[in-house]
Design a binder for this molecule. Structure first.
Ligand SMILES: [Zn+2]
Length: 222
């Protein structure tokens, strides 16, 4: 996870979950922000803290605002980012790979972060998608409560659905704080998941993809 050295989770307090119409799975009834702030105070008391202590007075509000950022993936429609185009795709019959896309997500079992990189690829069939959109796709699924296996499958499934390629693949390598922090596993162990669709199930395409993402010929040009 050397890629993450020096980085930290940036919280943008401007994103307000109440301001945007949710397109993700919805809770049956959405509590108010005040109710959430109160719930955080309850948790603080439960762990043995005094929620009125000076350093904690703003914590419930900070948490509510940070949720706007951490869980903003529920607010994005996948089809709005997967705009495909055919111009430039005429000769595109080789694999398109984007590797080492960094992400931060939250494990749905413990609501603790898992961080890592995603490698995604597709073999075009007359349609391509902007390269930045591939990273955006990872971001949208990461900014939800997740399990790594589901997130991996959702990414390759979205590529298959919106791009209709000959095949799509996603490999995610991540470290889960719920494991590292609680001593279940060694803190440096990574979890690797993969989802291969279409031609990526064939041995030749699969090994070409895996060779690309595991090769040491990484050149960071800028
Ligand atoms: Zn967990």
């Amino acid at each position: 996870m050397a890629a993450f050295e020096g980085q930290c989770l940036a919280i943008e307090p401007d994103v307000d979950l109440d301001d945007i119409e949710s397109t993700g799975p919805k809770a049956p009834e959405r509590p108010s922000k005040d109710e959430v702030r109160q719930a955080v105070r309850t948790i603080l008391s439960y762990i043995g803290e005094n929620p009125n202590r000076e350093g904690l007075q703003e914590t419930p509000d900070r948490l509510v605002r940070s949720y706007g950022e951490l869980y903003r993936g529920y607010q994005t429609e996948i089809k709005s980012i997967m705009k495909t185009f055919t111009d430039g795709a005429e000769q595109a019959d080789e694999m398109v790979i984007q590797r080492n896309i960094p992400f931060f997500s939250m494990c749905e079992h413990h609501m603790l972060p898992f961080v890592g990189v995603a490698h995604i690829a597709y073999l075009p069939d007359k349609k391509i998608v902007g390269l930045s959109k591939m990273a955006r796709l990872v971001e949208v699924f990461a900014r939800r409560l997740q399990v790594q296996e589901r997130m991996t499958a959702q990414i390759s499934e979205a590529l298959m659905t919106y791009l209709q390629p000959k095949g799509a693949a996603c490999v995610i390598e991540a470290t889960h704080l719920c494991m590292a922090q609680r001593g279940v596993s060694k803190s440096h162990s990574d979890t690797v998941t993969s989802s291969l669709r279409g031609v990526f199930k064939e041995a030749k395409t699969r090994s070409e993809f895996l060779n690309f993402i595991t090769s040491d010929t990484r050149r960071h040009l800028i």
